[in-house]
Design a protein around this ligand. Sequence first.
Ligand code: PMP
Ligand code: GLN
Length: 455
Amino acid sequence: MLRSLTQVVGRVVRSGLAEVRLIKHAPVTSVVICKNMSSAKFGLSKKLIGTEKNIWVEFGKLATECKALNLGQGFPDFKPPEHVLEALETCARSGNFSLSQYTRSYGHPRLVNALAKVNSPLIGREIDPMTQVLVSVGAYGALFCTIQGLLNPGDEVIIIEPFFDCYEPMVRVAGGTPRFVALRPKSSGESSSSGDFTLDPKELESQFNEKTKLIILNTPNNPLGKVFLREELEMVAALCKKYDVVCVADEVYEWMTYPGHKHIKIASLPGMWERTLTIGSAGKTFSATGWKLGWTVGPEHLMSTVMTMHVNCNYTCPTILQEAVAIGFEKELSRLDSPDCYFRALPAELLPKRDMLAKTLKELGMTPIIPEGGYFIMTDVSKFSAPDDGSGDPKDFQFVRWMTREKKLAAIPPSAFYSKEHKFMAEKYIRFCFIKEDSTLKKAAKILQEWKASL
Ligand code: PMP
Ligand code: GLN
């Protein structure tokens, strides 16, 4: 439907009921205005103006259209663990009708119980599954309900750059004002590890004031792969306490850290449980991004706000998926110390993939920033060039578009993870995703090697 509308954009066409005019709302072409309807009245809601562009929509579409090898959007090109798939299959075939009906609004009991069991030792306190855990539609849903549930117009939110791109529109739509603080490379020289990127404590503190309500912290970070150190978390925690601020800890890559780096939950630091909402994702945890189940864990007084938003916008999440994910967690809980535990097996599988891609990039004269966690790698591509496409967009956007079209290799432009003022910081980089089969990574290496040889 959308495609056929797009094809006739700008033209006046006759449908069965009325004459309609299709107008273009860059980049989404889907607004249909009837003859007697005013476009001013039925245009995009004012609160959404400025949020129309979305990198996942643009670069996902481009990769598909160009039939490019896709190292862009973060999703595995392999199956979730067998036991999780089996659980879903068993649930579907069980004949238990209730698994196909609504479940408890705030989270399927079996899943919230499992999440409480997994998180209690990591946070260092007994978590109540009924009042301190909420299941939502992906980590996106968790972030949305958290931000909407807590913000009032005029509230300020500190966002650490680079940041997962949806934070900024979510804050703005809720009437909040984002204040950005960038992780900066330690030296002015070339950086080779995500750990070289740090926050300047003075710069960070300068953004706190009496209007600050939230700080959003993403560790391990997407797109950089930085895993925040205990000292860094302590610094953020001290400021949260000093200025009475809540920390939204986006920890969707919590299980994906590489040797020498340990993920620490900021909620486990002294005095932080009371002021932290921790967000996770089954999509990331079990390599099943299309299942779109996420969660928030936190103290009752904050959770009640997030739950109120959730119950009013989604009410509940798919029962059968929650049951399957719960069974997945139960299995991992029974083998937490075994190398077979998926929380250990997945990063072990990812490590050689990270290293393989980093080696290729280095051999080609690029400078990758080796990630300490997550499954993305940022690489400096200054030695390669792409023609200016006249769009006026940041160079990395133009570079990735050109590379996708001409070299049939898709990536993500990381300036999308920076505020308008700071986009220049990422223009010389592109982001690759390495949670892919080795054969996919080898194909990518071949494309890059041939490109280099042709220069
Ligand atoms: N936060 C970060 C840092 C992410 O990379 C993503 C992407 N998956 C999300 C949140 C959203 O996760 P989900 O797919 O579970 O909605
Ligand atoms: N989190 C994933 C990434 O960073 C995908 C996000 C999305 O598709 N919206 O690639």
